[in-house]
Design a protein around this ligand. Structure first.
Ligand code: AMP
Ligand code: ZN
Length: 475
């Protein structure tokens, strides 16, 4: 049984999807005006892992994650570069997709873009106006009437009095037009040089919150199972999404609200506006995307995580231990050996089921990836101590499959080049260098042979001359 900590109830609840065997999941994606930073990568990696795990547990997952491609920051970036806004957003969507690939984040089932869904948003706003939940002001701005939704505040556990005391902070442009300071914008009029679309109220563009309500409805339906994002989105973004969606449909919007904690630097949230950020691209200069992914998953998603060189190095070392185990299995499988496993090996293979069980128990418990990784390490230790030159092919294959089934859920790819890029020679490159060294030795060119050994060692590859030939492993 999978349990999910629901922000709405503040409790771990048994996961029961609306439709048996199927999951409808929506996660708020990035605003595309710049390269994404590693704080943005945390929800991407985590919810990709949630999706992978739910699929592993047999669910068909319909996963939707948007790109916010119309926003003040995009417009500002476009003005600074003297380019149309869509050129900026298209550029950074493409860059974001490259980063996702480096982090082994699978594309969602659908990645809708706000600018392509404006008609639907206008229709949704219109319904809200018709139902008395929204109203246009003199200049064409349309506001949501927050107090018209009796349950406003239910996700963030704020009551209207708390919110009233924070009213000053809510005073934004055009506040004097609002019936109530708690009302928020659904549609705003065009300003000079900004992208705009027609609407019954004025030419303009949507507010931020309405896009997720509309895209979630369109691609997943009025009621969904999981809605996720970083914890900064609880209020006001998700609170407002709930108000819009529920007032429009009259149904309960999402069953489980999941929020990842922040990725911090020196215990402060990493954010573009604070300037204390590293882009994914910065980090990929030094580390492979697998290392960053492993680092993110090494902590529980609801715990804050501090980014530091030290923790990245430790993630790298830990990941190497898993990769090493995998490569040793691959190496052993290349040698001459018996096909079928012995009775003792069959017993050992059965024993490894307990590692999968431990992994599943951890992941069932609100996607505890930290404990899941611990179970993978137990399996690695077991494999290392029960395999050698005498192991049968069937046994080695069984172990390899067991290990891979778990690392696949974590989105850790064990095949070549998953160490750090500085050291990241692929298997083929290493094999080619070893072949060159063997040839050099045959020609008695020992200087060249030693040179190749030293080059490989510098890149973290250790050679061992055995009776069966040269064996290599990552140090
Ligand atoms: P944004 O581009 O700011 O709309 O953010 C995209 C996603 O990244 C949202 O789910 C945010 O909650 C999340 N996010 C932004 N900064 C951080 C951070 N420092 N740690 C964790 N998640 C973050
Ligand atoms: Zn959203």
């Amino acid at each position: 049984m999978i349990r999910i900590h629901n922000t709405m109830t503040k409790q771990a609840e048994e996961f029961r999807p609306i439709e048996e065997g199927k999951v409808r999941m929506y996660v708020c994606g990035p605003t595309v005006y710049n390269l994404i930073h590693i704080g943005n990568a945390r929800p991407m990696i985590f919810f990709d892992t949630v999706r992978r795990y739910l699929e592993y547990r047999g669910f068909a997952v319909n996963y939707v994650s948007n790109f916010t491609d119309v926003d003040d920051k995009i417009i500002k970036a476009a003005q600074e570069e003297g380019l149309p806004a869509e050129e900026i957003s298209e550029r950074y969507i493409a860059e974001c997709q490259k980063d996702m690939e480096s982090l082994n984040v699978l594309p969602a089932s659908t990645h809708p873009k706000a600018t392509e869904e404006i008609d639907g948003m206008v229709r949704m706003i219109d319904t809200l106006v018709q139902k008395g939940h929204a109203y246009p002001a003199m200049d064409g701005t349309v506001y949501f009437r927050s107090r018209s939704f009796a349950e406003y505040g239910k996700l963030s556990h704020k009551n209207l009095d708390d919110l009233r005391s924070g009213e000053r902070a809510l005073k934004v442009d055009g506040a004097e037009q609002k019936e109530d300071p708690l009302d928020f914008v659904l549609w705003k009029p065009k300003k000079e040089g900004e992208p705009a679309w027609p609407s019954p109220w004025c030419e303009g563009r949507p507010g931020w919150h309405i896009e997720c309500s509309e895209m979630s409805r369109k691609y997943l339906g009025e009621e969904i199972d999981i809605h996720g994002g970083g914890e900064d989105l609880v209020f006001p973004h998700h609170e407002n999404e709930i108000a819009q969606s529920e007032c429009c449909s009259g149904k309960s919007f999402a069953r489980y609200w999941m929020h990842n904690a922040f990725l911090n630097i020196d215990n402060k949230k990493m954010s573009k506006s604070e300037g204390n950020f590293f882009t994914v691209r910065d980090v990929l200069q030094k580390y492979d995307g697998q290392v960053l992914r492993f680092f993110m998953l090494s902590a529980h998603y609801r715990s804050p995580l501090n980014f530091s060189e030290e923790l990245m190095e430790s993630a790298k070392t830990s990941l190497h231990r898993i990769v090493n185990c995998w490569e040793n299995l691959a190496y052993l499988m290349k040698g001459e050996r018996g096909e079928n496993s012995s009775e003792a090996e069959e017993g050992l293979l059965r024993e490894t089921e307990r590692f999968t069980e431990a992994f599943v128990n951890a992941m069932d418990d609100d996607f505890n990836t930290a404990d899941g990784i611990a179970a993978v390490f137990e399996l690695v230790r077991f494999i290392n101590s029960h395999t050698d030159e005498s192991s049968s092919m069937e046994f080695l294959l069984g172990l390899k499959e067991r290990l891979q089934s778990l690392t696949d859920v974590l989105g850790i790819s064990l095949s070549s080049k998953n160490a750090s890029p500085a050291e990241g020679l692929s298997e083929e490159e290493i094999e080619a260098m070893i072949a060159e060294r063997t040839a050099a030795k045959k020609e008695k060119n020992f200087a060249r042979a030693d040179e190749i050994r030293a080059t490989l060692l510098e890149k973290g590859i250790v050679l061992e001359d055995t009776r069966e030939g040269v064996r290599w492993k990552r140090a």
